[in-house]
Design a protein around this ligand. Structure first.
Ligand SMILES: Cc1ncc(COP(=O)(O)O)c(C=O)c1O
Length: 429
């Protein structure tokens, strides 16, 4: 024990008590629990053979091995960025309808997972008290990032087509009328199969979102950026998603597109990337230079190899097929064990890793609720309490939802978990 008190920074205090740590701890303390909480990918789907082959490729001759094992550059390996540009352009072209806008490797920054990009963007754009507009609910780890830089989040309603544009426009109007428009710097959307709801932003709303951001940037006299988090873009089980929000930003000055290979390939590689306007690229490179002057070069070379050989594309197909089965397993278990419970409903996702289940308003699902304790201690099943996924003031957060992940468990584990969860709900209701 240190003899003196540690005088932590304000930023450290803002980062305290993040829910993700509590969840991880629950997992460790209750190893027999069926976890429908973890956002991890299916262990059986991890591409071991592909990774070995790609590693052999990048280490095949001395010269190549030496450059792979050397430091890289802050912005990321040039060969990988070229492959990423081609890959991204292909996704835009094969979306329905195909988009016109194309990217180039100059526009791309490679990061350590897309999470690092999200954190760097928060650092680059947000001073304490600045505002980020988000959907209610949204990706809870990013809410923690925003809290960690002292930013304010305003949670706006979403429906089956994603974040509601009427609500966004009227909130910006309200903020202007109370003199707070200058504090708005960012609008965050998970465009594909939102974590936690599984809902995607509709094609019409993508175009509208860019228009609204540009209109209010003009009124504000400074850019309000749209951060499009496309972490689940590849995990579609029914039809490919529409063109990205980024593709509607013809001038290329308003939208940041964050992508990752964690969900579609292997989170252990920690390879993510961002497409962004020039001045933001410079800012991210400066901040990243201070942090790590480049993400793991070895992993970037590995991914470049996988994209070049076509092994990534084949693997992504396999992953979709595996998760489609698990999505269906969760939906049929929900129908089997929850249909007769009044006031219970759930979203039928077309992609991603989650089913969002809503209970009657009087049944709270939080860490300190009777339901969570019953689920973990008696029924041995765990979920993510929905309230973690709401930004804005604590007292306004909805407390009766659960995020259920079908990522890690095999189909019979999913069925078992859902059955146990329904027992827990019946015991509490
Ligand atoms: C919506 C969303 N964005 C970003 C991330 C970060 O992923 P990674 O850093 O592995 O790319 C996640 C991870 O679960 C996520 O769900």
């Amino acid at each position: 024990m240190n003899a003196f008190l540690t005088n932590f920074s304000q930023r450290r205090r803002w980062a305290a008590d993040q829910a993700i740590s509590f969840l991880m701890q629950q997992g460790v303390e209750h190893p027999h629990v069926v976890s429908l909480a973890a956002g991890l990918v299916d262990p059986g789907s991890l591409p071991v053979a592909e990774a070995i082959e790609a590693a052999r490729g990048v280490l095949s001759d001395d010269l190549r091995a030496q450059s792979t094992l050397q430091y890289g550059t802050t912005q990321g390996d040039q060969r990988l960025r070229q492959h990423l540009a081609d890959y991204h352009n292909r996704l835009e072209q094969t979306s329905a309808p195909p988009a016109d806008r194309r990217t180039s490797q100059d526009e791309i920054v490679c990061t350590t997972g897309s999470q690092q990009l999200l954190a760097l963007l928060a650092d680059a754009l947000l001073d304490p008290g600045d505002i980020c507009l988000v959907a209610a609910p949204t990706y809870f780890v990013f809410l923690g990032v925003l809290e960690g830089v002292g930013a304010r989040t305003i949670a706006l309603p979403a429906d089956e087509h994603g974040l509601r544009m009427d609500a966004l426009a009227s909130e910006l109007q309200r903020l202007e009328s109370v003199g707070e428009l200058s504090r708005v710097k960012l609008i965050y959307v998970v465009s594909e199969f939102e974590n936690p709801t599984g809902i995607s932003l509709s094609l019409e709303r993508r175009a509208e979102l860019v228009e609204i951001a540009k209109h209010w940037s003009q009124r504000r006299g400074g850019t309000i950026y749209v951060l499009e988090d496309a972490a689940y873009r590849e995990l579609h089980y029914d039809s490919p998603p529409p063109p990205s929000v980024w593709s509607f930003d013809a001038a290329g000055d308003a939208v940041i597109h964050a992508g990752t290979f964690s969900k579609s390939f292997a989170p252990g590689l920690r390879v993510g990337f961002g497409l962004m306007p020039r001045e933001l690229r410079d800012a991210i490179n400066d901040l990243k230079g201070n942090q790590d002057f480049g993400s793991a070069n070895f992993n970037q070379q590995l991914l470049a190899e996988l994209l070049a050989s076509g092994r990534f594309a084949t693997h992504a197909e396999e992953v979709r097929a595996a998760y489609r089965i698990k999505r269906d397993a969760m939906l049929s278990a929900a129908a089997e064990f929850f249909s007769d419970l009044p006031g219970v409903s759930w979203v039928q996702p077309h992609g991603g890793l989650y089913v969002w289940m809503s209970l009657p308003p009087h049944i709270a699902t939080g860490f300190d609720s009777p339901l969570f304790r019953r689920a973990v201690d008696v029924e041995q099943v765990m979920y993510v309490p929905g309230e973690l996924c709401f930004g804005g003031p604590c007292e306004e957060r909805q407390r009766n939802h659960m995020r259920l992940s079908f990522g890690v468990q095999p189909p019979d584990g999913i069925r078992l978990g859902i059955r146990r969860l329904s027992n827990a709900v019946r015991a509490i209701a």
